[in-house]
Design a protein around this ligand. Structure first.
Ligand SMILES: C[S@@+](CC[C@H](N)C(=O)[O-])C[C@H]1O[C@@H](n2cnc3c(N)ncnc32)[C@H](O)[C@@H]1O
Length: 220
């Protein structure tokens, strides 16, 4: 397994200033390394917002050919800008629509990062639609929001923990989560990966372990 990173703040600081919804840089690198190391051909992100997590997908195109689909019910100007730049290197498809109507007409994703509307009804339906067409690798954000101030027990965040529990209780899925509290980070919100493939799981564990321990100041 190789380790990959990219100078996020140097290249994309204009995205980060705008939002508190985005995933942490540590988790962004986990996502990028999953995409770089695992043999996915067609991948999906549900919920792009300003595009912080989307950069992990777009940066992958510098190294390998992969078909990327971004779905958000409202595509922001900044996601359109960075996607357009990424299109110079490979296949990126933008879908401005509700994730459920999008998924009803889609098949064959190897991997999906799910970070859209966090309410359980939506997440359950996304999960059902993705698994109905055989998805075997899923990454969820905000799976550990129970104890976090302003979020705890909010119904608007009950979806990711529910799906994580369902995956954990299934004999078909191998799961790993990073939900560690780290000062000045929000990684305790939780990043949860589930796969049906034992080899992929082993590699994902290495990726989570590496990025879980690293001192981020080395990267920033
Ligand atoms: C938490 S933000 C995503 C943050 C992004 N993944 C990041 O790390 O920068 C959630 C996004 O989901 C989108 N969204 C909300 N409901 C949706 C739905 N029903 N279908 C598709 N996207 C939805 C919102 O427009 C918003 O951009």
């Amino acid at each position: 397994m190789n380790i990959y990173s990219y100078p996020f703040f140097e290249k994309y600081s204009f995205l980060y200033k705008k939002t508190s919804w985005a995933i942490d840089i540590r988790h962004l690198m986990v996502l990028h390394n999953l995409l770089m190391n695992l043999d996915f051909k067609k991948v999906l992100e549900i919920g792009c917002h300003y595009g912080v997590s989307s950069t992990a997908f777009i940066e992958t195109l510098n190294y390998k050919n992969i078909e990327i689909h971004f779905c958000d019910k409202r595509l922001t100007k900044s996601i359109k800008v960075i996607a357009k730049q990424g299109m110079l290197n490979g296949n990126i498809f933008l879908h401005q629509e509700d994730s459920l109507s999008f998924l009803e007409n889609q098949i064959n994703f190897d991997f999906s990062f799910i970070d859209g509307f966090h309410i359980s009804e939506q997440l359950m339906s996304e999960f059902e639609l993705l698994t109905a067409v055989g998805i075997k690798n899923i990454l969820l954000h905000d799976t550990n929001t129970y104890l976090i101030e302003n979020i705890n027990n909010s119904i608007f965040f009950d979806g990711p923990p529910l799906i994580a529990k369902r995956l954990l209780s299934s004999k078909n899925w191998y799961c790993i989560e990073d939900k560690q509290y780290r000062e000045k980070e929000e990684t305790d919100r939780g990043l949860f990966f589930a796969t049906q493939n034992a080899q992929i799981f082993d590699m994902a564990c290495e990726i989570f372990e590496y990025w879980g321990k690293i001192n981020l100041t080395q990267l920033i």
